[in-house]
Write a protein that binds this ligand. Structure first.
Ligand SMILES: Cc1cc2nc3c(=O)[nH]c(=O)nc-3n(C[C@H](O)[C@H](O)[C@H](O)COP(=O)(O)OP(=O)(O)OC[C@H]3O[C@@H](n4cnc5c(N)ncnc54)[C@H](O)[C@@H]3O)c2cc1C
Length: 433
């Protein structure tokens, strides 16, 4: 494994040691060298060039350079959701969070910019929108999330053009940023935060801080109201402490049971009906309930939850053999749906695919997650965890990881803000570099 370890914090090193760094020795123990063998060669098709899919393609090639790896992703570039809240906050540009597939191509990965329309798990084939059909030995599916538009009255996929969710980064990010810029001083920014499970549990709340940062700087009479579709959220105490100390009374959070429950949205009049009563807002950031990316259901990989059950050790689907599901689309016990989790799962699943192709036994690797959240550009908090597999289930490793302390000094919060940017650079280099 050739992680660039020079610039990593001790904490990050421990996390890496707990996950990826353990893999090569495990592979060697199982008799599968990093260069692999002819016996292990074959064709692996990876669908989705986000965190999970891109990391998967890279590590498959790294663990066995003789494998033929095809990465299928419709977009020429990938805009990360991590960092997209900073764009909305007005201090990061889109090009800083946009990545290309050039490194993957140089590594010998066949990158195909198309949509997968059909998968036949029996024939082991994948059909592309352009009509071409590819066959695979193993298929990896990492399509991220899609939205459930039928839960709340008044909204559908088209209304996202006027009420941006900005929960897939790109045009939606810019739309929300521009609406915020156009909002009057003294206006109301309303967020409808999604029910569990959803991608990036701290994501909506980091966004609230970034919107508040913009408003405090440019439109200080404005207000942020969060109507939440749940009763608590990730790093809640830390977020609330930070909101109050940095933004005073600007932010109001309403839990599901205390009035957050959303009944309907009148998109044209920017008005919502909720337990709280009728709310008229200037900008509405409706983040819909979520499910696995559409393709997963189309292939029949999902269960009643809308996400994909997998073998918790290998990430192979429990429904279709030879198909692996990683990232936001899979059900991975307590692991949050994050870019960091997707990358960690990609490494574990890649090792298991290489072993399976070589006729070797599967391995149980530890997975990791870290989520940093900015509250201001100079104030951040974080959560980290390590996961093991016990009795076939992913579980937290007790005593590993943790969250930032409450009532920390401004220096500690600033240090974490520096780590946040360092984390972004290292993970995007790991996935697209
Ligand atoms: C506002 C926000 C902030 C976030 N901040 C963080 C953070 O700080 N740290 C963190 O770790 N995570 C963060 N996340 C979460 C992170 O973005 C996701 O968890 C991560 O992107 C999941 O990776 P994935 O591979 O499962 O899906 P994605 O990264 O979404 O990739 C899926 C890819 O599949 C492609 N695709 C879909 N369907 C098809 C098809 N049929 N054919 C071909 N390709 C297809 C899509 O085009 C897409 O590129 C944040 C998310 C949001 C919304």
């Amino acid at each position: 494994m050739t992680h660039s370890i020079q610039n990593l914090s001790r904490r990050r090193l421990i996390q890496l040691a707990a996950a990826g760094v353990a893999l090569p020795s495990a592979l060697a123990l199982n008799g599968c060298s990093a260069t692999g063998s002819r016996k292990g060669a074959g064709h692996i098709v990876v669908v989705g060039g986000g965190f999970g899919g891109s990391a998967m393609a890279k590590y498959l090639k790294r663990y066995n350079p003789e494998l033929n790896v095809t990465l299928i992703e419709p977009n020429q570039t990938y805009v990360t959701c991590p960092g997209s809240n900073w764009v909305i906050g007005g201090f990061t540009e889109m090009q800083e969070i946009t990545h290309t597939y050039e490194a993957a191509k140089k590594r010998g990965i066949d990158v195909v910019h198309e949509m997968v329309t059909v998968v036949d798990p029996q024939k082991q084939t994948v059909k592309l929108a352009g009509g071409k059909t590819l066959s695979y030995d193993k298929l990896v599916v990492s399509p991220g999330i899609d939205f459930k538009w039928d839960v709340h009255e008044g909204v559908n996929a088209d209304t996202a053009n006027s009420l941006p969710h900005a929960y897939k980064a790109g045009d939606q990010t810019l739309l929300l940023r521009d609406q915020l810029r156009a909002m009057k001083n003294g206006g109301t920014f309303l967020m409808i935060a999604p029910p569990n499970p959803f991608r990036c549990p701290p994501g909506p709340y980091e966004r609230v801080g970034m919107v508040a940062h913009y408003l405090k700087t440019h439109k200080p009479k404005s207000k942020i109201l969060i109507l939440d579709q749940k009763n608590n959220f990730s790093k809640q105490g830390l977020f609330m402490e930070g909101w109050e100390s940095q933004y005073g009374q600007m932010i109001e959070w309403v839990s599901l049971d205390d009035g957050g429950k959303l009944h309907s949205i009148d998109v044209a009049n920017k008005t919502v009906e909720a337990g709280y009563g009728e709310v008229k807002a200037d900008v509405i950031n409706y983040i819909p309930p979520q499910k696995a990316g559409e393709l997963a259901a189309k292939i029949g990989l999902t269960n009643e939850s809308g996400f994909c059950p997998v073998n918790q050790q290998t990430f192979e689907s429990t429904i279709h053999k030879n198909i692996y599901v990683i990232g936001d689309a899979c059900i991975a016990g307590p692991m949050p749906k994050s870019g960091h989790s997707a990358t960690s799962q990609a490494k574990t699943a890649a090792a298991n695919i290489v072993l399976a192709m070589a006729g070797q036994e599967t391995l149980s690797a530890k997975n990791v997650n870290t989520c940093y959240s900015l509250i201001t550009p100079d104030y951040a908090i974080s959560v980290a965890a390590v996961y093991d597999v016990v009795d076939g289930k992913i579980v937290d490793v007790k005593g590993a990881g943790g969250v930032s302390p409450m009532r920390a000094t401004p220096q500690v919060r600033k240090m974490e803000a520096n780590y946040t940017r360092g984390w972004y650079r290292s993970i995007t280099d790991e996935v697209w570099g």
